[in-house]
Design a protein. Structure first.
Length: 278
């Protein structure tokens, strides 16, 4: 159980305290990609959760990013529900802030779990905001940020910090244009343009070879040596998917690779995995 909305900071203290609000951050992992790709569906998920939890809905505003990703807010009389969705990682970050005790937070969390089709939900923080001890006096408690581990959000900074041998980015493009992925010259042009984009020097020719007597695996495979390692790809005719790998001991921006590939092959959406190889 998540408990009531308002709670004491420290039950051992004789001095009574209360809080102006309560804020939870919830991590929804392994979500359904189709839901996270659609801003209207994401909005419906949050509106449904807010309504079912007993919140008083005032308004909502949602935005779809290009090529993919959704952010949005549902303003409630008690404060807000917000979300930021990364379809490429099947992940949604949700923030619930409430200054009322009429909202059933457990109902809200479970509602979004079902609607996002999430297989793994983590409540990463649960804290009071605006803690009051004496009338009109704020009570300063704790230094949460000071005691918390902050992870980097920039791959470049993480690369510089860890100094790995190389970066591997694996990108899966879904529902690509069937004509493009079945054309060797187009695949070759993609490789040349990608190398220019991420400033990689090609070594030797780009090889694009058709494989597969079995329809399930039929399609082109591509390899391109670069001075800092290798670019490879597999193009599945049966599913119109692209499986791209870029490995280099010189840094490049992984998301730049993914978004360029999505645009070039005219895919519906992409998923991405990144590894720093030691």
């Amino acid at each position: 159980m998540l408990g009531k909305n308002i709670k004491f900071v420290d039950d051992s203290q004789e001095e009574a305290c209360f809080a102006l609000g309560r804020q939870l951050t919830i991590e929804y992992y392994e979500c359904g990609a189709k839901v996270l790709l659609d801003e209207n569906l994401v909005e419906k998920v949050l509106l449904k959760a807010a309504k079912e939890s007993g919140a008083t809905i005032i308004s909502s505003s949602f935005h779809k990013f290009e090529p993919q990703g959704v952010s949005g807010v549902v303003v409630i009389a008690e404060s807000h529900f917000t979300v930021h969705a990364w379809p490429e990682h099947d992940y949604a970050a949700v923030d619930i802030f409430t200054c009322g005790d009429n909202i059933d937070l457990e109902v809200a969390i479970n509602s979004m779990k079902d609607s996002f089709q999430s297989e793994n939900v983590v409540i990463s923080s649960d804290q009071n905001r605006g803690i009051i001890s004496k009338p009109f006096e704020q009570k300063k408690v704790g230094q949460v940020v000071k005691n918390s581990k902050i992870y980097p959000i920039s791959w470049k900074k993480e690369y510089e910090r860890k100094n790995p041998w190389g970066v591997l980015t694996s990108v899966d493009i879904y529902d690509s244009d069937p004509q493009i992925i079945r054309d060797a010259k187009s695949i070759e042009r993609f490789v040349y343009d990608l190398c220019d984009l991420i400033d990689m020097k090609r070594f030797g020719e780009c090889k694009v070879i058709h494989f597969g007597e079995d329809e399930r695996v039929e399609g082109f495979s591509m390899t391109q040596m670069i001075e800092t390692s290798l670019i490879s790809g597999h193009f599945a005719n049966a599913s119109n998917r692209v499986y791209l790998d870029v490995f280099s001991c010189k840094f490049y921006e992984p998301r730049e690779v993914a978004e360029f590939a999505l645009s070039f092959f005219k895919g519906e959406h992409y998923k991405m995995q990144i590894a720093l190889r030691q």
